[in-house]
Design a protein. Structure first.
Length: 83
């Protein structure tokens, strides 16, 4: 049971994300989460799309957020195999 009283500590965004991930149904997608400096994040996303093209693997950026220090946390998703 979750304590919703005024003195209860607030959930952190990562706590919410973890709870949501546990609740979500298995949808067949493979997900990878990265935390990288902005330029490295762009390069990693490009490499991901080159390895698993959007058209064949339905790959994409599922979520992203900017963290302090010009760092990006992002989750890429793709199907495990192409048709």
């Amino acid at each position: 049971m979750v304590d919703r009283s005024r003195n209860a500590p607030l959930d952190q965004p990562r706590d919410l994300a973890e709870r949501m991930a546990r609740r979500s149904k298995a949808d067949g997608f493979v997900r990878e989460t990265f935390v990288l400096p902005r330029l490295d994040a762009r390069a990693r996303a490009r490499a991901f799309f080159e390895a698993w093209p959007k058209a064949a693997y339905m790959s994409g950026v599922e979520s992203w957020r900017e963290l302090p220090g010009d760092t990006i946390e992002f989750t890429m998703r793709r199907l495990p195999t192409a048709d």
